[in-house]
Design a protein around this ligand. Sequence first.
Ligand code: GDP
Ligand code: MN
Length: 382
Amino acid sequence: MDLYEYQGKQYFARFGIPTSPGGVADTVEEAVARAEAVGYPVVVKAQVKVGGRGKAGGIQLADDAEAVRRHASAILGMDIRGHVVRRLWVEKASDIAREYYASFTLDRAAKLHLCMVSAQGGVEIEEVAATDPEAIARLHVDPTEGLSLEAAADLVARARLDEEARGSAATVLVQLYGCYVDGDCDLAEINPLILTTDGRVHALDAKVTLDDNAAFRHPEWDAFATEEDLDDRERLAREKGLNYIGLSGSVGIIANGAGLAMSTLDVVTQVGGSAANFLDIGGGANADVMAAALDVINSDEAVRSVFVNIFGGITRVDEVAKGVVEALGRVDLRSPIVLRLDGTNAEAGREILTPYLSDTLIMEPTMLDAARRAVALAGGER
Ligand code: GDP
Ligand code: MN
């Protein structure tokens, strides 16, 4: 899960990383109230989960209430690369002497954490990597050893941060590492990490991606998740505990296993169709799960056909077939279903479904045949 900047900064603060005081606002008047609370000048910042807000005009300095009003009304409702701004973060403006970059991510190939630091912050790191790769100092951190202050100090020196910033920057790196590891992040990035004109180092931006696999040990993450902007289908799917991602096509997809679900999207695309969703029902493909899956897909107006692609492994196909039959009794489907059943007990599964086959419940022998049929039923090629 990606966090908004303001959530990322709240998360940073928990691990001691210095940020500017501020508050969120959903209306112009709220923005003024937040500004009055922290004192002028302030920065009014669009809260969207996409970078480059500054360039898009989504970040503005304001010296007084009138300016906050003007900027807040311009930014609320603004479309930044497909993301509509619904919320602002208003914080005390900083006097910037220098802008740096710092981040932690996992380097899967090296099987180690990777810290990157650069004296060229404020611009996209990909840009720095392309134009001046030498300007990024890297350090691999062994998770069993952690990051010492000495190693962090050495890294900021290698990155050639200004002398006066190095001590504080090294401390921030150790704090950021704590946030990244103990806070279970996939990414913890500060861009820019600034040196202020009065010699302090702090986080002016926050980009945090939480590792969803660690959600079980972070009940506090629920507060972030409920604020997430899901569409109606995704919200319904989440309520039903499904692993669902809404897409823009017309073929609804149900598959067991994330790999098979992705292959199913591919094969639908390959035969000229477009998927309405990604949905992995996992191992427990019983009637409840199947009914929930069909319910969510049925709620999507764009869906014209449903492709159920099951490969029985530990989940036996006859169990899935019983689930489908029972689910069909519960859900009043708008669209025809095309089934492809294979794997463990496939024959028994097909037998269970045979009596129910019709114009709207169709079985095909292979994944490719089923995809062609589902795409044809959805109205053919895009
Ligand atoms: P991004 O464009 O989405 O990455 O948004 P950032 O939060 O990184 O802000 C972009 C740029 O706005 C920064 O690199 C700064 O140059 C500028 N900016 C943000 N906050 C302040 C501030 O408090 N004071 C000043 N002077 N500039 C700021
Ligand atoms: Mn930034």
